[in-house]
Design a protein around this ligand. Structure first.
Ligand code: PLP
Length: 396
């Protein structure tokens, strides 16, 4: 058999789906597992949004649309970005896709090739490094350290930039740490990008899930609209993960090439899904704000609960729905060992920080997109497991 294309060896994956499979296997054996591994809201899609999708199907909106999306949705997205973030993209610069993830895929494929370097946050969403490598580029991790509140060290970023640097990826609020970029950091990163002619992919999928301060977007900085792709979607804010609906706002020269990538890959996004997206943006049902308020309460409960466990310390993140506790002082092994033992011995599914890059060592990522009751149960199980694991001598 002839071998696979070499680029397949450079493709990574998302560990969350593997841990979910392991957790399901335990459940199939009758074990109870609290699921804190997957990053998706536990809420259902608000009824008015779902109803708009259903009504579109019933009206027969089940045909192809233009590859970049239906004009009404592209307009609603441009208006939303203007209203909520002051971004001046025209509707013609918005490209709709089946989820925000494909926007990452398209942007990186369109910009990065052999000989290029692309800087991405570490820890960070695993698909960034995977796609940079797949496209033939060199992934350059920008460490986000706990002592810096998971913000990038800008001197370090400056030193990382070379003439080969083609792209910088930002993600704020951030998965997996929940950290958010400050206005000062964004301004400085914009200066670096402009000064070195670098494109920026700004992943703002958690922009609406911010519990302190205001979301800052690099697209607002001087001259940055011309070099910034803003990535966002409906999965998180509107609890629409399974609908598959996301978008990118692109600098003008990227619109046609990326639209061609859409035509070559998926043709277009489901029509009725796009109709549901219009309802989400134009009506913003009250359920959305109730969901955000619930996440904030859960964050506070989880952070307080984790900090009460001896050997675990957890910063209070300002956004998204993840906590990234430090577990090094437990003395129970590296992050992967602790995560795996928590699943097998305590029935708590979470991810090792290293699932998000080497800089995530010593941390776990817990998603608090779960009920308060389950979160409390998870913290209680973790507390009991830590107590018993630390009192059991390690076998050598
Ligand atoms: N960007 C980040 C940082 C994410 O965490 C996720 C999903 O987990 C996505 C993008 C992709 O979201 P979507 O479901 O819209 O593809």
């Amino acid at each position: 058999m002839r071998p696979l294309a070499r680029r397949m060896g450079r493709l990574g994956t998302e560990t969350a789906f593997e841990v979910l499979a392991r957790a399901r296997a335990l459940e199939a054996q009758g074990r109870h597992v609290v699921h804190l591994e997957i990053g998706e809201p536990d809420f259902d899609t608000p009824k008015p949004i779902a109803a708009a999708g259903v009504a579109a199907i019933e009206r027969g909106e089940t045909h192809y649309t233009p590859s970049a999306g239906v004009p009404e949705l592209r307009e609603a997205i441009a208006a939303h970005l203007k209203r909520t973030r002051g971004l001046g993209y025209d509707a013609s610069q918005v490209i709709v896709a089946p989820g925000a993830k494909p926007i990452m895929f398209y942007a990186i494929l369109a910009l990065v090739e052999g000989g290029d370097e692309a800087i991405y946050p570490d820890p960070g969403f695993p698909i960034y490094a995977s796609m940079i490598g797949f496209a033939g580029g060199t992934p350059v991790p920008l460490p986000l350290r706990e002592e810096n509140d998971f913000a990038p060290d800008l001197d370090e970023l400056r030193r990382m930039v070379t003439p080969k640097t083609k792209l910088i990826i930002l993600n704020s609020p951030h998965n997996p740490t929940g950290g958010a970029l400050s206005q000062e950091a964004v301004r400085e990163i914009a200066r670096i990008a402009r000064g070195n002619d670098i494109w920026v992919l700004s992943d703002e999928i958690y922009a609406d899930l911010l519990y302190e301060g205001r979301h800052v977007t690099i697209g607002r900085e001087d001259g940055m609209l011309e070099r910034t792709i803003v990535l966002d979607g409906f999965s998180k804010t509107f609890a629409m993960t399974g609908w598959r609906l996301g978008y990118g706002a692109f600098p003008k020269p990227l619109v046609d090439p990326v639209t061609k990538l859409v035509t070559n890959s998926v043709s277009c996004t489901a029509t009725f899904t796009q109709r549901a997206g219009i309802a989400a943006l134009t009506r913003r049902p009250p359920e959305v704000d109730a969901m955000v308020a619930a996440f904030r309460t859960r964050r506070d409960v989880v952070v307080a609960g984790l900090n009460e466990i001896e050997g675990i310390s957890c910063r209070r993140p300002s956004g998204a729905f993840y906590v990234f506790p430090n577990v090094t002082k437990l003395g129970l092994g590296n992050a992967a060992t602790v995560a795996s033992r928590l699943l097998n011995e305590a029935g708590v599914a979470c991810l090792a920080g290293t699932a998000f890059g080497a800089a995530g060592e010593g941390h776990l990522r817990l998603s608090y997109a779960n009920s308060l009751e389950n979160l409390q149960l998870a913290v209680q199980r973790m507390r009991e497991w830590v107590r018993s694991a630390r009192s059991t001598p390690v076998r050598s």
